[in-house]
Design a protein around this ligand. Structure first.
Ligand SMILES: Nc1nc2c([nH]c(=O)n2[C@@H]2O[C@H](COP(=O)(O)OP(=O)(O)OP(=O)(O)O)[C@@H](O)[C@H]2O)c(=O)[nH]1
Length: 170
């Protein structure tokens, strides 16, 4: 079993080198949120999809849920559909926001709009050189982006509740 919450290095490699890192933002109250659409792809057997962050980005190699930044004029759903097509080659069905979280990284203050996605079409094609893995709890991959910890905790709680309920059924 692999812990979902290992301690990340204080300076991820890509940031230390500056390779692919987002421009640094002003500190304190002037920092603006980067809005991000994130997809929790759920398979019929309850597995969820994680992928590694592509080389050249902050936290490269960390596991994350697929998604990316929302562009001007896009809804969360539109951004997610575009990102998942660009990154994974799939076209998602309906997606609506399930939870919103924030995380303050050295490279960005992000607001993450999490959507559960249960239907998609097309074959998975890792177009940015990522690795993908369908995961059940406990996760077998590590490390995971710190901004995903709260959502992993909620999903694990749901999974435990579902398991407890199904074991009580006659
Ligand atoms: N996709 C994704 N991003 C996450 C997760 N958790 C989390 O904190 N983030 C943060 O959300 C931001 C997403 O930005 P990104 O750089 O991946 O977005 P993008 O694909 O549009 O990048 P680009 O600007 O290079 O095209 C990053 O700061 C990342 O650290 C997660 O589980 N999935």
């Amino acid at each position: 079993m692999v812990s979902a919450h290992p301690e990340p290095p204080s300076q991820p490699q890509a940031e230390a080198t500056g390779a692919g890192a987002a421009p640094s933002q002003p500190q304190g109250s002037q920092r603006t949120h980067t809005e991000v659409a994130v997809g929790i792809l759920l398979r019929g057997d309850g597995a969820l999809l994680l992928a590694t962050r592509p080389p050249g980005k902050p936290y490269a190699g960390y596991w994350e849920f697929p998604g990316g930044k929302i562009e001007a004029g896009e809804t969360v759903e539109q951004a997610l559909r575009r990102e998942l097509h660009e990154e994974l080659g799939i076209t998602i069905g309906p997606a609506s926001v399930w939870r919103v979280t924030e995380h303050d990284y050295p490279h960005a203050l992000v607001r993450l709009h999490w959507c559960k996605v249960r239907s998609w079409s097309g074959d998975f094609d890792m177009r940015e050189g990522q690795t993908m893995a369908w995961q059940h709890f406990p996760l077998q991959v590590s490390p995971v982006l710190p901004g995903a910890y709260p959502v992993l905790d909620w999903l694990e709680q749901e999974w435990r509740q579902g398991r407890a309920q199904s074991s009580q059924k006659p």
